[in-house]
Design a protein around this ligand. Structure first.
Ligand SMILES: Cc1ncc(COP(=O)(O)O)c(C=O)c1O
Length: 439
């Protein structure tokens, strides 16, 4: 077994390989098993602090790193010696969570040579930090992005308010309409990148990653997927040949709603990584040690939480689908959802996000939310507690009514991020609030 100090920060994969070998020799032959399970990878991180034999990962709450001799710091600046200089550029705390996200997104995936896929992850101050760095690094003035019209609001605003004035334009199309998509790509020479968010807000539309990655390859486009709603436990975009994955780690990856953060995941040998680092450094949208530590803590229970989130969501969706106060349930785990087949094809379970459309419009929505005793009214998602929000007046308030309605965001629509409370308590809470809307 190698010693911990043989593995500098950021080398989680190598350390993990070392641990894996030891487990294979000692334990696994008897179990006839040659890889660690997803949930075990979530829990273990043998690239932990070598300070004081700490069992758990350490936090390095420092803005800069000090050195005894000038040569060493000069070498670091020249890039001839590895090490840390300044926390806006990098900090050892980031690597616990970053390396784990790489392992989980690459879990049981091989590269084109049949070897374990190796990924790298950079952490950011927010999901928007990761998305903005990716898009600004991949696109130049005069180039275009093609994407869906129902993106997360912040991404949509970034594209229109920040990229557009920089002469980076965007074409929006229903990415499930592959005929239309191909027709656009046939006639356009300046589209450089395809950006996919699946499942997408708030009606949980799913887009076929395999089909889209193949189309993108045909037209020589870079592909990126926002995997926030699914997490690598439910869906691994790299399996289908997507080039980049982004996350708002604020959501399910952290899981406890106590930190904002983002992640950008790419191939270990990706030639844009220097540019990503440069853009992050200069925009200053870097992660911070405490939030990264909270993320690495949250990641340990990812599998367990996701299983319970999904189990609760399926039961709630079934309960809602027969309730007389509800016109429509948008949950891709239900056969009635238009993208049920896509969800089944690429997701392990249908996730924990759903939306319901109440018969009574805005008045019913207000009454329903006000009557909930357990579920929390808040705009985020992916936390252990159940969260509800009203897209038409909150997350999508900047959209025109006509545009909203085009994407099924009616006044009676409520988005629900299903938590891991006991299902009986959730059904009781929602049942009480739904009855109030009919009173
Ligand atoms: C799908 C999706 N992507 C990205 C983001 C942006 O993440 P953050 O708020 O961490 O910047 C969000 C936020 O809600 C989101 O829902």
């Amino acid at each position: 077994m190698p010693q911990e100090d043989e593995y500098p920060a950021g080398s989680g994969l190598r350390f993990f390989d070392g641990m894996l070998t030891e487990i294979l020799v000692l334990v696994l032959p008897a179990m006839k098993k040659n890889t660690l399970s997803f949930g075990t990878v979530c829990i273990h991180n043998k690239q932990q602090s070598s300070f004081g034999h700490s069992h758990m990962e350490a936090i390095f709450p420092t803005s800069t790193f000090s050195y005894d001799n000038p040569e060493q710091l000069m070498n670091l600046f020249q890039g001839t010696e590895p090490g840390y200089i300044y926390s806006r550029w990098d900090n050892p705390t980031f690597h616990y969570a970053a390396d784990k996200i790489s392992l989980l997104e690459a879990f049981e995936l091989n590269n084109e040579h049949g070897n374990q896929l190796k990924l790298k992850t950079m952490l950011f101050s927010s999901g928007m930090g990761a998305i903005s760095t990716l898009l600004m690094s991949c696109l130049k003035p005069g180039e275009k992005l093609i994407t869906q019209g129902n993106l997360y609001g912040g991404t949509d605003e970034f594209i229109h308010k920040i990229l557009k004035p920089l002469q980076i334009d965007c074409v929006m199309v229903d990415l499930n309409d592959t005929e239309k998509l191909s027709a656009i790509l046939d006639t356009s020479t300046d589209i450089r990148m395809m950006y996919i968010e699946t499942p997408a807000n708030p009606t949980l539309s799913c887009y076929d990653l395999n089909t889209l990655a193949a189309i993108a390859k045909k037209y020589n486009l870079i592909t990126a997927a926002d995997n926030t709603f699914a997490t690598p436990y439910l869906q691994q975009p790299f399996r289908y040949g997507v080039d980049y994955v982004v996350h708002s780690t604020t959501k399910f990856l952290n899981g406890h709603g106590n930190a904002i953060g983002g992640a950008l995941v790419f191939h270990e040998d990706d030639d844009k990584q220097t540019r990503f680092h440069e853009v992050m450094k200069l925009l200053g949208n870097n992660a911070n040690p405490f939030d990264s530590w909270l993320l690495s803590n949250g990641l340990k229970t990812l599998e367990l939480r996701m299983q319970k989130h999904c189990e609760n969501a399926m039961q709630l969706a079934q309960f809602f689908s027969t309730h007389p106060a509800i016109n429509k349930v948008n949950y891709p785990g239900l056969q009635s959802h238009p993208d049920h087949a896509i969800c089944n094809k690429q997701m392990r379970h249908a996730g924990a996000m759903m939306s319901i459309e109440l018969f009574g419009g805005l008045d019913a929505s207000k009454e329903f939310i006000a009557s909930l005793k357990l579920a929390t009214l808040a705009v985020s998602l992916g936390t252990v507690d159940t969260i509800v929000q009203h897209p038409a007046s909150m997350s999508h308030v900047k959209m025109s009514k006509a545009q909203r309605e085009q994407y099924g965001i009616l006044d009676g629509l409520i988005r629900i991020s299903v938590g891991i409370e006991h299902i009986d308590d959730l059904i009781y809470d929602f049942s009480y609030a739904l009855d109030k809307t009919r009173a």
